[in-house]
Design a protein around this ligand. Structure first.
Ligand code: AMP
Ligand code: MG
Length: 396
């Protein structure tokens, strides 16, 4: 049996990022940056006032009661030229450039103004309320690294630096196939012996949440030809993802179908619960995954194996979910010889997180997945006792 780490390593070794494309700035939101962003600007471009007040020379403003003559008025957007000399001040507004000669600003609340004469109520230090040029960004600064997701702050930085467009990774396309004679499609009431198709929808949702584009190949019957035909519809996808039909049961034709299409496959028994068998391989250079059929097994194996692979493909620098150290607030048992990825809630506890099982941990119990904030990682044949630490992978 493979360990989870060995399986992830073998998968990632075979994944390469997709191509990149240039998109308009706003189309880059949520996308993965494909180039470093190096500033060709100085931000702010010149020293400016951070308050409405008076620009002056701190050397003249060492004592309360010092008086100044107001010789200029500088609003945001103005270009000051009048030099501020000894005993002089300029009326200045937030964001306006500092006039030559002045080195500090006193806020308007701290002066008595009378016509073009102001008297300061407190001493001023050089640099007070002045935002220096380049305080934020200097020319040549490497401000964003490739592999980073573009969010609102990155959009703001790119706009500030004058990027109307940006190079990002294309979103990988992932074709998703469900298999099983028992599956009733959404929109039809399950008949005798049938169950609703869950996996197509959880997997499409997971793929979207990973930042990729799902392509729904529907439900294949447990016949090799049907599986093959539908997998063929996924030709334009970068990744093929199927669920169920991968054990060694009499109705498990997924492996055969993939192989008939020319795929090389590995059927791995991975030491984990839920989800033991997963299939991984490649078909014409594209990665293919055959996940287990039970809905929670499919979701958890997606989380552990498919998501990092898709993130690598999509150009992300960070491939895995963050995890936290929590404290068990009730025993978390993991009987059996496989590592457990157990569904838990996290609540504030002793200054950190408290972890508690969400309920029944069967691999078809969707409700305990719905309730879960994360997956507690528990070694084989181990019970995490109340008060003991446990690692929890954050799912949300
Ligand atoms: P299998 O690997 O085909 O033996 O499937 C394992 C279990 O998962 C069976 O109980 C199937 O009914 C169930 N299952 C398979 N595919 C789906 C699906 N798309 N949605 C919900 N349950 C499924
Ligand atoms: Mg089946």
């Amino acid at each position: 049996m493979l360990s989870v780490e060995e399986a992830i390593e073998q998968i990632l070794a075979r994944i390469v990022p997709v191509e990149t494309e240039r998109v308009d700035l706003m189309a880059a939101l949520g996308r993965v940056l494909a180039e470093p962003v190096v500033s060709r600007r100085v931000i702010p471009p010149w020293p400016n006032s951070s308050m409405d007040g008076y620009a002056l020379r701190a050397a003249d403003a060492q004592a309360p009661g010092a008086a100044f003559r107001v010789v200029a008025r500088i609003a945001a957007g103005a270009v000051p030229s009048r030099r501020i000399g000894p005993g002089e001040a300029a009326r200045i507004f937030t964001g306006a450039p500092m006039p030559p000669g002045a080195d500090s600003v006193i806020p308007q609340e701290d002066v008595e103004a009378d016509g073009d004469r102001v008297v300061i109520a407190r001493p001023v230090k050089p640099g007070d309320f002045v935002r220096p040029a380049g305080e934020d960004v200097r020319t040549g600064d490497r401000v964003l690294e490739p592999g980073r997701v573009v969010g609102p702050p990155e959009i703001g930085m790119l706009a500030t630096l004058g990027y109307p467009w940006v190079q990002v990774f294309r979103r990988p396309r992932v074709a998703i196939l469900s298999t099983g004679d028992e599956l009733a499609e959404l929109g039809s009431e399950p008949g005798g012996g049938q169950i609703p198709n869950t996996n197509s929808y959880t997997l499409m949702a997971q793929v979207i949440e990973t930042g990729c584009e799902p392509l729904n190949l529907g439900v294949a019957r447990d016949r090799r030809e049907d599986i093959e035909t539908r997998l063929g519809w996924g030709r334009s996808a970068d990744v093929l993802l199927s669920s169920a039909g991968v054990s060694v049961g009499e109705y498990d034709f997924v492996k055969e179908a993939f192989e008939a299409l020319g795929a090389t496959l590995h059927l791995w028994k991975v030491s984990m619960r839920p989800g033991k068998p997963i299939t991984f391989g490649s078909l014409n250079g594209r990665p293919v995954f055959g996940l287990p059929g039970n809905p929670v097994s499919a979701m958890v194996t997606y989380e552990l194996f498919v998501r990092p692979a898709l993130r690598k493909m999509a150009g992300h620098a960070r491939l895995t979910r963050p995890s936290v150290q929590a404290e068990a607030v009730a025993p978390i048992p993991n009987p059996g010889a496989r590592r457990g990825y157990l569904r838990v809630t996290l609540t504030p506890h002793n200054g950190g997180y408290g972890a508690r099982l969400t309920g029944e941990q069967g691999s078809s119990i969707l409700k305990s997945m719905v309730l879960a904030d994360g997956l507690a990682v528990v070694p084989p044949d181990t019970t995490i006792e109340t008060g003991a630490p446990v690692e929890v992978i954050l799912l949300r």
